[in-house]
Ligand binder design. Structure first.
Ligand SMILES: [Zn+2]
Length: 319
């Protein structure tokens, strides 16, 4: 019993801003976990009720993200950190924001766009502590990378952590493809130009978030196939983390292309000029046939080698 109490005191340090008898909100609490320290501010009872699940989720995802980037998130002074302020409130729809060392979460039981639950927004905003707040785009033109790659890794890690089953991961992959394929401006405005300012980013939400996600999915698949699974987009993320810490240098699309070339040895310039800077639509069927893969998963259970690359891309296979 004493040992349990000591362990409890060692792992959880609690500061109360509300009364012990019935909390008043906002309510602050600091939770020290194995990989992170979370300085919570809960805005309401619903949010406080999610504390345990949010803590477990962040604690599990944090080392996955450290491994993708090859290091801890860094603040504006280039200082690595493990302490995160987490402001949580309940809302009608899930949403969030990130700043260095801070994530703001709006949670809801509603599933947004048919697939996105509150755990996804937690992992999305957590990922931004690296992608946006540690490495950062030079201009809004690269919002497709900022938001799309963040979505891609959110779902890959949810699957790696077994919070999504392989079947769910395959089914969810259809959503960005569907939203991208029917996005306003598809074939007329490039994914880059769509993010040029905040109004345009909002107007072309699905082209940027889901187009960027599809671009990440297709690129990761292609890099894995080209390199016989020796490389992936993780190599690019590590390269950016090493060379483009926000406080020193911001990245552009040219750096992304250069990083892929340097880390994988392959030149994907054409992909970017046609589908990211250009207005051509990514020919997803030239890379993989998701319907066929789901068919095989459901009825045949025998996978081709090409299917395996996609399983790695989606986090169904993991080291
Ligand atoms: Zn975001």
């Amino acid at each position: 019993m004493l040992k349990c109490l000591v362990v409890f005191l060692m792992t959880t340090m609690t500061m109360f801003s509300g009364s012990l008898l019935g909390k008043s909100y906002p309510y602050s609490e600091t939770t020290k976990l194995k990989h992170v320290v979370l300085e919570y501010i809960f805005q309401d009872e619903y949010s406080f009720g999610k504390k345990r699940e949010i803590s477990q989720l962040i604690n599990k995802a944090f080392p996955e993200y450290v491994s993708i980037f090859g290091g801890l998130p860094r603040d504006l002074n280039d200082k690595p950190y493990r302490k995160i302020k987490v402001n949580v409130k309940q809302g009608e729809y899930i949403g969030g924001e990130a700043d260095p060392g801070v994530i703001q979460l709006t949670l809801s039981e509603d599933v947004l766009f048919g697939f996105a639950g509150w755990k996804a927004i937690v992992l999305h905003e957590l990922f931004h502590l690296w992608n946006a707040e540690t490495i950062r785009y030079k201009s809004g033109l690269d919002q497709w990378f900022n938001e799309g790659f963040t979505e891609f890794y959110t779902y890959q890690v949810l699957t790696k952590l077994k919070l999504l089953t392989p079947k769910q991961a395959l089914n969810i992959a259809l959503y960005p493809i569907g939203y991208y394929s029917s996005a306003k401006g598809l074939g007329k405005i490039s994914m880059r130009d769509a993010g040029k300012d905040n109004k345009s980013k909002f107007d072309h939400y699905f082209l940027i978030y889901h187009g960027g996600w599809v671009a990440a999915m297709v690129l990761d698949y292609r890099v894995r196939k080209d390199s016989n699974n020796k490389q992936s987009l993780d190599s690019l993320m590590k390269w950016l983390y090493k060379n483009f810490v926000r406080s020193k240098k911001l990245y552009t699309i040219g750096d992304i292309i250069a990083g892929l070339k340097e880390t994988t040895g392959f030149d994907y310039r054409q992909f970017f000029s046609r589908y990211i800077s250009g207005t051509e639509v990514i020919p997803i069927a030239d890379y993989f046939n998701l319907g066929k893969i789901i068919w095989t998963e459901t009825f045949e259970q025998i996978h081709s080698r090409d299917h395996e690359y996609l399983f790695w891309t989606l986090g169904i296979r993991a080291k």
